[in-house]
Design a protein around this ligand. Structure first.
Ligand code: ADP
Length: 279
């Protein structure tokens, strides 16, 4: 046990024998049924973590799985906008109900609770962590095969609370070529090891552009290092997603779910089979 142990495992990263990891897991709402939970993480903002979460949820739903998407990026929620969700969450005696996308993905986000989507959330960490936990404990998720969690970027207070409190089945790491890929993935691997959660794959977003004239792939940020880093950590599932202005356009206009070429479809298929999900 660490010196000066306060017996409060939630504020401590020490991996000691008296750690009460399992006992810190929260139960979902009693009416929720959620089979698999996957967190989408990144080292910093702006790398396409929400895009990845949205596209993975869309790929999962298109593959016939009952899919949920929890937007845990409380201060920078972008999921409702990407799916064109204008409605607000409703609640009843039993709890809060997620909103549904056109294709039936269940979504909960701070932005479906606010009066206006441009209202800022100026809250301290504890309040933000508490809200994310309520997205798990107080929302009635209806029979979900797989839930994706769009995490806040980095390894701060809120991601730590989610890692410790929710029964995650795996993590997907999103990076870009101009990121320090080795360091970002290394940190994610260590965090995942500490929490005993497998890394299900790495997404290299904005990996290249395709020349509109000759179709050649141009690596604008130089040679990709993601394959070497994945190999080093024994991670077999990697996808490289191009910079595609149609993606930005689809996200900005709320039509991400019907994007025609889902770059993540095969990647999601490998995630699903690793998790033992069959269709
Ligand atoms: P994060 O969640 O990591 O902060 P987002 O998913 O919100 O990042 O993406 C940041 C911006 O980049 C958004 O405007 C999004 O539409 C755009 N974007 C993300 N990935 C791509 C891509 N592969 N091609 C084009 N635009 C992208």
């Amino acid at each position: 046990m660490a010196e000066n142990c306060s017996h409060n495992c939630s504020s401590c990263g020490e991996n000691c024998s008296s750690r009460k990891a399992e006992s810190m897991k929260k139960a979902p709402h009693k009416l929720s049924k959620i089979r698999k939970v996957v967190a989408v993480v990144s080292g910093k903002g702006g790398v396409g973590k929400s895009m990845t979460s949205a596209m993975l949820a869309s790929a999962s739903s298109a593959a016939g799985f009952r899919t949920a998407l929890m937007d845990a990026d409380i201060t920078g929620p972008s999921i409702p906008r990407m799916f064109g969700l204008k409605q607000r969450a409703t609640g009843g005696k039993e709890g809060i109900l997620p909103v549904l996308t056109k294709g039936g993905i269940q979504v909960m986000s701070m932005n479906v609770l606010l009066d206006r989507e441009d209202d800022p959330v100026v809250w301290r960490g504890a309040l933000i962590s508490g809200t994310v936990l309520q997205f798990w404990t107080d929302v009635v998720w209806d029979d979900v095969d797989i839930m994706f969690i769009d995490m806040p970027p980095g390894t701060g207070d809120v991601p730590l609370t989610i890692f410790q409190s929710l029964p995650l089945d795996g993590i997907i790491v999103v990076t870009t070529p101009q990121d320090l890929v080795g360091m970002i993935v290394g940190k994610a691997v260590k965090m995942a090891d500490m929490m005993n959660i497998p890394i299900l794959g790495i997404v290299e977003n904005m990996s290249y552009i395709t020349c509109p004239d000759c179709g050649r792939k141009i690596q604008v940020f130089g040679d990709s290092k993601v394959d070497a880093v994945a190999l080093e950590h024994g991670i077999a599932n990697v996808v490289k997603v191009p910079i595609d202005s149609r993606l930005t356009e689809a996200a900005d206009s709320g039509r991400i779910e019907s994007f025609p070429d889902n770059y993540y479809a095969d990647f999601f298929g490998r995630v699903a089979s690793t998790l033992g999900m069959n269709k």
